[in-house]
Design a protein. Structure first.
Length: 277
């Protein structure tokens, strides 16, 4: 994955933003810490307190963005607000279907609205968002291999039950559409295109990547194991590094979606190693 002209442009822009915003990182650090506390409450099984904490984060941070004059810090805070919003939608969404798979659809589709508003308000460029299909044919095998390897390792940690009863054509189509175009696309827009970009503008490329990846891992606290949080953070680093090197949202969204397809459907039904003895 070689850096291209778009990637060089983004890095130069992030360097300029970093010099402007470095003096005002405290509000961003405080928000990251508060989100971490809320997720640790979730991890500890204190969901009521965690939900209340996330609600307070949304209120406090939204007020703070009105008062803070540094627009780059404000943009980072607005990006961070997507995380408690996703968590609140997750736990307040009514159950419209008994099938677990469709719950992902109802949770993630509403997130397109605030994502769109942030993209429009902050005037994200296509390059920043990674809206490029350059070399996508070359990236497809890479997505498949990385997605399978991550899923195999994560299955060993989680051992989830399948979210579809069998591997019929229609079930696989449903899983592919929801995991790639709902879960993968939304989470990669949030964590890589928006959050990582804005945190890199405040903290610099390396620390911004680490913070965004750590938050990605913390949002896995609902699975209830430290190992899953740590592993998800590593996955966040892998996807974040891929995004920073290629600036390709399609690549990371597809890889993320393939991880979930293998992890929650194919591997549980076929067995580890795809059932190949």
């Amino acid at each position: 994955m070689q850096p291209n002209e778009d990637n060089i442009y983004v890095k130069r822009e992030e360097h300029d933003l970093s010099r402007v915003a470095r003096r005002s990182v405290l509000p961003v650090l405080a928000t990251v810490l508060l989100i971490g506390i809320a997720e640790m409450l979730m991890f500890s099984g204190i969901r009521g307190a965690a939900i209340l904490f996330h609600m307070l984060i949304l209120v406090v941070v939204s007020i703070s963005t009105v008062r803070i004059k540094d627009k780059y810090v404000t943009w980072a805070l607005q990006a961070l607000m997507l995380l408690p919003l996703l968590r609140l939608i997750n736990f307040s969404m009514p159950i419209f279907s008994e099938m677990v798979l469709y719950r992902y659809f109802y949770i993630y589709i509403p997130m397109f609205v605030p994502i769109f508003l942030i993209i429009r308000h902050q005037s994200f460029s296509p390059v920043q968002l990674g809206l490029s299909f350059k070399r996508i044919i070359l990236y497809l095998p890479l997505s498949l291999v990385i997605g399978l390897l991550i899923a195999e390792a994560e299955y060993f940690i989680m051992g989830p039950a399948p979210i579809v009863p069998n591997m019929s054509f229609y079930n696989l189509v449903d899983v592919a559409l929801i995991m790639v175009f709902c879960v993968g696309l939304v989470e990669e827009l949030m964590f890589r295109s928006i959050l990582q970009t804005r945190l890199e503008g405040v903290f610099g490329s390396t620390l911004g990547l680490i913070v965004a990846s750590s938050l990605f891992g913390l949002m896995s606290s609902v699975y209830g194991t430290v190992a899953e949080i740590l592993f998800a953070s590593v996955v966040g680093l892998i996807l974040g590094y891929m995004f920073s090197k290629t600036r390709s949202l399609p690549l990371v969204a597809l890889t993320h979606g393939l991880v979930n397809i293998f992890l929650f459907a194919i591997i549980p039904l076929l067995g580890p190693g795809l059932g190949i003895a």
